[in-house]
Design a binder for this molecule. Structure first.
Ligand code: FES
Length: 125
């Protein structure tokens, strides 16, 4: 086992977007059947277009986030502790602009309990 927190911080990590692509073989709704993969690709594209994909913002497919819906995909963004459900690909730009700003510059901001300046200090290695 290797402790890699310092490496991730030194690479400039700010936020982690988790996109549910969970599939299940049952009658319950799941994100795989509600645009999960398309939403995941839309998130990556939006971040790539702003040059923040993976260097600052990590993106991962995840299993069930507990917000299952037949209408769209679930997304969680941490450490800002924001949760969405029913996301369709066309809504991804609006969602990410709301979180990160149109140019993707509003990174690493926990809206409810940490100011921008406080959190900028937290991102320094
Ligand atoms: S299957 Fe995606 S939130 Fe449950």
């Amino acid at each position: 086992m290797r402790q890699r927190t310092k490496d991730v911080h030194e690479n400039g990590f700010s936020d982690h977007v988790l996109v549910c692509t969970n599939d299940r073989d049952s009658g319950y709704a799941c994100c795989a059947e509600a645009h999960g993969q398309e939403v995941y690709e839309a998130v990556k594209s939006w971040l790539r277009e702003r040059g923040i994909f993976w260097s600052r913002v990590h993106v991962a497919e995840t299993s069930c986030l507990g917000l299952c819906s037949a209408e769209g995909t679930a997304i969680a963004i941490h450490p800002r502790n924001q949760w969405y459900s029913d996301v369709v690909p066309e809504e991804v730009p609006e969602l990410l602009e709301g979180e990160f700003g149109a140019d993707g510059a509003q990174l690493s901001i926990k809206r409810d309990d940490v100011s921008v300046s406080d959190h900028e200090n937290m991102t320094e290695p």
